[in-house]
Write a protein that binds this ligand. Structure first.
Ligand code: ZN
Length: 185
């Protein structure tokens, strides 16, 4: 095993790994499973609903998510917009988006203190491989659909500060600059 999962930690902007286009995971190995379990742990500790591998310094196409039922951040209560347990998505691919575009405030564990409105389709279908090596497809709405799109963006090096509305960009300008400044010292 080349990665020590115990040493993984959440990277914050402007860490360069957040801007890398992640590469596909070749096989679901013990290493991949160990990394996924550590990512789930880190996500829970940080009280997030999703965490992508680049956010822990690994340019792998993989993310974990846990959007519990009735989460206060959930936009709708229409299933399936929630999960019973944390899930891992390896080599995820989003289908053509469906449903109306809707704005929602998004945060990101790699962008502390930043919250910005991002417009995304309300429904999405995602195909991915699970930790058992099986491929599955899920159609999601509400916060879960939002989470899937946010996490897949991470795998392409895209962050909410790239996508947020003009007003949110202005609102967060100082906070973004502050992150950049603290990293350069
Ligand atoms: Zn994020």
């Amino acid at each position: 095993m080349t990665v020590d999962p115990a040493r993984l930690e959440i990277r914050t902007y402007p860490d360069e790994v957040l801007r890398v286009k992640a590469r596909p995971v070749a096989a679901v190995t013990d290493e991949v499973r160990a990394v996924a379990h550590r990512m789930i742990e880190l996500m829970h500790e940080a009280e997030g609903i999703g965490l992508a591998a680049p956010q822990v310094g690994l340019p792998w196409r993989m993310f974990v998510a846990f959007v519990p039922e009735g989460d206060k951040r959930s936009a709708t209560r229409v299933p399936p917009d929630a999960m019973r347990e944390a899930m891992t998505f390896i080599n995820p691919v989003l289908s053509e988006p469906a449903g109306p575009l809707e704005p929602l405030n998004e945060g990101c564990l790699s962008l502390p203190e930043i919250l910005g409105e991002v417009v995304r389709p309300s429904t999405i279908t995602l195909t991915a491989t699970g930790l058992d090596g099986r491929t599955f497809t899920l159609t999601a709405t509400g916060l879960l659909a939002r989470c899937f799109q946010h996490e897949v963006d991470h795998l392409d090096g895209v962050l909410i500060i790239d996508k947020m509305t003009q007003i949110s960009r202005l609102k967060n300008r100082l906070a973004v600059r502050e992150l950049e400044r603290s990293a350069s010292h």
